[in-house]
Design a protein around this ligand. Structure first.
Ligand code: TRP
Length: 361
């Protein structure tokens, strides 16, 4: 069996550069590596609804935004299947069966769910659907027999939950589901790109994002006001690299050729860091360099996005075709699951004969 990728995003906003270094950039590389037999990229609208039940319009609007961001980054419908989660009803049925294999206390221990409950002030009244979304995510992954799930570090607990469900299912009902592997970004800085304010995570609600579709002057404004080392007051002072957002972003984005083009006084990032730590290098110079690097990275993405924006019906058509193809794959897995669980009454001649004999024999 070849290797299969499944991954996705909740459509709750446009995608930002944290998504890009955390997963999108890698997806496109994997897509173009030719090493994968199939690639499924899911817009997880049903999951987005688990904590936006009262705001379906937000989810609906952002489905297309996420699709545009995907295409803009280079995900290619000829090589990857782009699909909308809610259009695959088989996922609900799988989730329903997997629910029997997971305990409430296990879900309560999921660190990502715990953090999200806190962030949304759900403590007193957690929607059941939200509470169970790790189970539905296991359905997403297993429905497509994914071997490989490229995601950010925050999705690690979801993968662990999925693996437990797979092991449990296979041990109770016989080898049926594929055990998936998580694929994390290689670079430390890409695991969890901080917001421009230096806060732990880039997130729309904190207003500290740089979006993939951001215009050049906005990018520049955000870079120039970015959090650095608060103790680095005068140019000649020694500066800190750790926790300095500008350097974290450079870790995530800059390559040696950027120095040739925009900052030829330095051979590479190590030299720049060393100078900053020694003292004598001002924040503005480093920020200007980061701005060049980000502008160069985001320009082709923005341009491609604008092209796709001209033909929105085409984008919906891509999602429709992808969802149809995905439904067939999920249906196949669902049949295997039903067979394994022996809830395939009408296809089971043996069962019908057995029951007849019981009453006639
Ligand atoms: N939980 C993911 C997020 O918040 C989205 C998602 C839904 C997903 N189903 C998935 C990711 C399956 C990987 C695999 O972004």
């Amino acid at each position: 069996m070849g290797k299969i990728i499944l991954t996705g995003d909740r459509p709750t906003g446009k995608l930002h550069i944290g998504h890009y270094v955390g997963s999108l950039r890698r997806r496109v590389e994997l897509q173009n590596s030719g090493e994968y037999e199939k690639i499924f990229i899911m817009i997880a609208d049903a999951q987005a609804l688990t904590d936006n039940a009262d705001n379906p319009e937000k989810v609906r609007q952002n489905v297309i935004e996420v699709a545009l961001d995907y295409l803009a980054c280079g995900l290619d419908p000829a090589k990857s299947t782009l699909l909308i989660q809610s259009q695959i009803p088989q996922l609900c049925e799988l989730s329903f069966y997997y629910m029997n294999l997971v305990t409430v206390s296990r879900l309560q221990r999921n660190p990502t769910v715990k953090a999200e409950i806190q962030m949304r002030n759900f403590e007193a009244s957690i929607p059941v659907g939200f509470f169970c979304y790790p189970i539905s995510q296991a359905a997403d992954i297993t429905a497509f027999k994914a071997t490989t799930v490229p995601v950010g570090e925050d999705q690690m607990p979801m993968l662990e939950q999925t693996k437990e469900i797979v092991h449990k299912f296979n041990s109770v009902y016989g080898e049926t589901l594929v055990d998936p592997k998580i694929l994390l970004p290689e670079e430390e800085a890409c695991l969890r790109l901080p917001g421009t304010d230096g806060k732990a995570k880039m997130s729309k609600s904190l207003g500290n994002c740089i979006y993939l579709s951001e215009e050049p002057d906005e990018i520049k404004k955000k870079v120039m006001s970015m959090y650095t080392d608060p103790d680095h007051i005068r140019v000649q002072d020694p500066g800190k690299i750790e926790g300095n957002t500008v350097f974290t972003y450079l870790d995530a984005f800059c390559r040696p050729e950027h120095f040739e083009r925009y900052l030829p006084d330095y051979a590479n990032l190590e030299e720049l860091k060393a100078h900053y730590q020694r003292g004598g290098l001002g924040d503005v110079k480093v920020k200007r360099f980061l701005n060049e690097v980000l502008q160069e990275t985001l320009e082709p993405i923005r341009t491609r996005r604008k092209e796709f924006q001209k033909d929105i019906p085409y984008v919906y058509e891509v999602l429709k075709k992808g969802s149809e193809a995905a439904r067939e794959v999920a249906e196949q897995t669902l049949q295997e699951v039903r067979n394994a669980m022996k809830i395939n009454y009408f296809d089971d001649a043996e069962l019908i004969r057995e029951q007849s004999e019981k009453y006639q024999g």
